[in-house]
Design a protein around this ligand. Structure first.
Ligand SMILES: Nc1ncnc2c1ncn2[C@@H]1O[C@H](COP(=O)(O)OP(=O)(O)O)[C@@H](O)[C@H]1O
Ligand SMILES: C=C(OP(=O)(O)O)C(=O)O
Ligand SMILES: [K+]
Ligand SMILES: [Mg+2]
Length: 527
């Protein structure tokens, strides 16, 4: 594995670093997933988030009820309408997340070097020496010396509202801990993370199933973010569950890798999942700090080679309360892009942060700069070599299209697709120009009614680096006759021109089927 994805040639003359970047019609090829919550739920803020570059909205059911999230989603739909920017919906499960039960919701001061008891007795009141939790199996899972972290929901690990504890004794169902740092727990939800310990709770809980089959079905969720995925079986089980929920059989499952158990089964999980979320919030406390980067690089590389989207989380925690990222965070975002990530997921930064729009905008700008110096040539060769020969026909077409587009300096690639597969394969080869994926709807029936496919496929490409979907008019039937192909291509070109992606005299690479043959053609526009 060769990991140097930085192009160290012409683009990095020292003087060029200081040149301001030309504005583009879209903020970056990298996608941004924003977690919507108290600080990012009005139609106005969501519109500004979309304009700043967010293309997937994440609804985290660890927090808030279905009604709250529905209201946010309705605002999001209004924002999509007014901005004319597409946005996919991601439902994030609670899963086997341990939580502190603090009914009064008042602040709880914890003092270093004192003892704190964690108890499953939820009738008890939370105090500085005793915290009720939502899990009765903790005392069986831990032993003396283990580390436990507690913090406000989406805690960063460094803020003064989170603590770390060392288990000193197990007493029946209670766990006695030594408090290692002083802090005041404040906020309405605290989560608890036990380092490197298996929590014997199902990955998809009964509550998660209820939420998916009600809220999820009602809103045709594009992505299920499966929190604490630990085995491939977790994905198979979730897929089986979705398959019985009508349209949700089209929902893609993203495995959220949040602990060492998920890391240990990464390869088998990647095979089953549609994409991976490298959940650094939790991983950052489950792994020794010096190992986090290594997992990120290895996991992103594996996703790239499999042609499945890799999403990296929690990049600019400090922007939760500040208008600028730290220099370490800014560099880290760029490195995640050079590693090959498809998307950045913002958590606390947009959900409860003071600057959701500015955060999206700054992260987008850093991503765009990193993309410019991504060593596409090296990456391309590495990928071709990894895939080996014989290549599938479609992959060979897709990689050739990317190569041709780079050689002729095409401004965009237009890819016709129905299942989305062809567009994803193009993205796998990391073209340096945007791909307009023209999703051509197909008429389908479930024996009760006729509907058009395509909407899921179009929105699902909103998490893939470089893909910009466009849903073709269903009045153009999907048979790839040359007549319909031409009409759709014209619409796609007009769309590209209207959005500023394509100009007169540009070259455009088109990937489509003509009759039975998949073809790549290069067209040169005259006006
Ligand atoms: N409706 C369409 N019209 C023309 N070409 C298409 C259409 N749908 C897919 N293609 C082309 O067919 C090939 C297979 O693409 P893929 O996305 O796998 O489609 P499918 O939905 O058939 O799986 C690619 O070359 C793609 O560009
Ligand atoms: C995104 C993460 O998980 P959550 O926000 O659901 O805790 C994470 O751990 O990085
Ligand atoms: K969650
Ligand atoms: Mg997490």
């Amino acid at each position: 594995m060769q990991a140097n994805n930085l192009l160290l040639e012409e683009p990095i003359r020292m003087a060029s670093i200081l040149e301001p970047s030309k504005p583009t019609f879209f903020p970056a090829m990298t996608k941004i997933v924003g977690t919507l919550g108290p600080k990012s739920r009005s139609a106005d803020i969501i519109s500004r988030c979309l304009n700043a570059g967010m293309s997937v909205a994440r609804f985290d059911f660890s927090w808030g009820d279905a009604e709250f999230h529905q209201e946010t989603l309705e605002n999001m739909k209004a924002a999509v309408k007014s901005t004319k920017k597409l946005c996919a919906v991601m439902l994030d499960t609670t899963g086997p997340e341990l939580q502190v039960v603090n009914k009064t919701e008042g602040p709880i001061p914890l003092e270093a070097d004192t003892l704190l008891v964690l108890t499953p007795d939820q009738d008890k009141e939370a105090t500085s020496n005793l915290l009720p939790i939502n899990f009765s199996g903790l005392s069986k899972a831990v032993k003396k010396g283990d580390t436990i972290f507690i913090g406000q929901y989406l805690f960063t690990g460094s803020e003064t509202t989170s603590v770390w504890l060392e288990v000193t004794e197990v007493n029946g169902e209670d766990v006695v801990c030594l408090v290692k740092n002083s802090a005041v727990l404040s906020g309405s939800l605290y989560t608890l993370h036990v380092s490197q310990i298996r929590i014997d709770l199902p990955t998809l809980t009964d509550d998660d199933k209820k939420v998916i089959s009600t809220w999820g079905v009602r809103n045709n969720i594009d992505f299920l973010s499966l929190s604490y995925t630990r085995h491939a079986e977790d994905i198979r089980h979730a897929r089986e569950f979705l398959s019985k929920l009508g349209e949700l059989r089209q929902t893609q499952i993203f495995a959220k890798i949040e602990n060492v158990e998920g890391l240990n089964h990464f390869d088998e999980i990647l095979q089953e999942a549609d994409g991976i979320i490298i959940s650094r919030g939790n991983l950052g406390i489950d792994l020794p700090p010096e190992k986090v980067f290594l997992f990120q690089k290895a996991a992103v590389y594996k996703c790239n080679m499999a042609g499945k989207p890799a999403v990296v989380t929690r990049v600019v925690d400090s922007m939760t309360d500040n208008l600028r990222p730290t220099r370490a965070e800014a560099t880290d975002v760029a490195n995640a892009i050079l590693d090959g990530s498809d998307a950045i997921l913002l958590g606390a930064e947009t959900l409860r942060g003071l600057y959701p729009v500015e955060t999206i905008s700054i992260v987008g700008k850093i991503c765009a700069e990193a993309e410019k110096v991504f060593n596409q040539d090296l990456y391309f060769k590495k990928t071709v070599k990894y895939v080996g020969e014989p290549m599938s026909h479609l992959e060979s077409i897709a990689s050739s299209a990317v190569r041709a587009a780079i050689k002729v300096k095409a401004s965009v690639i237009i890819c016709f697709t129905s299942s989305g597969r062809a567009a994803r394969l193009l993205a796998k080869y990391r073209p340096t120009m945007p791909v307009i994926s023209v999703v051509v709807p197909q008429l389908k029936t479930n024996q009760l009614r006729w509907t058009f496919s395509g909407a899921f496929e179009a929105r699902q490409s909103l998490v893939v680096r470089g893909l910009f979907p466009m849903l073709a008019d269903p009045r153009h039937p999907a048979e790839s006759t040359s007549g319909t192909n031409e009409t759709i291509l014209k619409v796609a070109l007009d769309h590209g021109k209207a959005s500023g992606l394509i100009k007169a005299h540009d070259r455009v690479v088109v990937c489509q089927k003509v009759g039975d043959a998949s073809v790549v053609k290069i067209i040169e526009l005259d006006d």
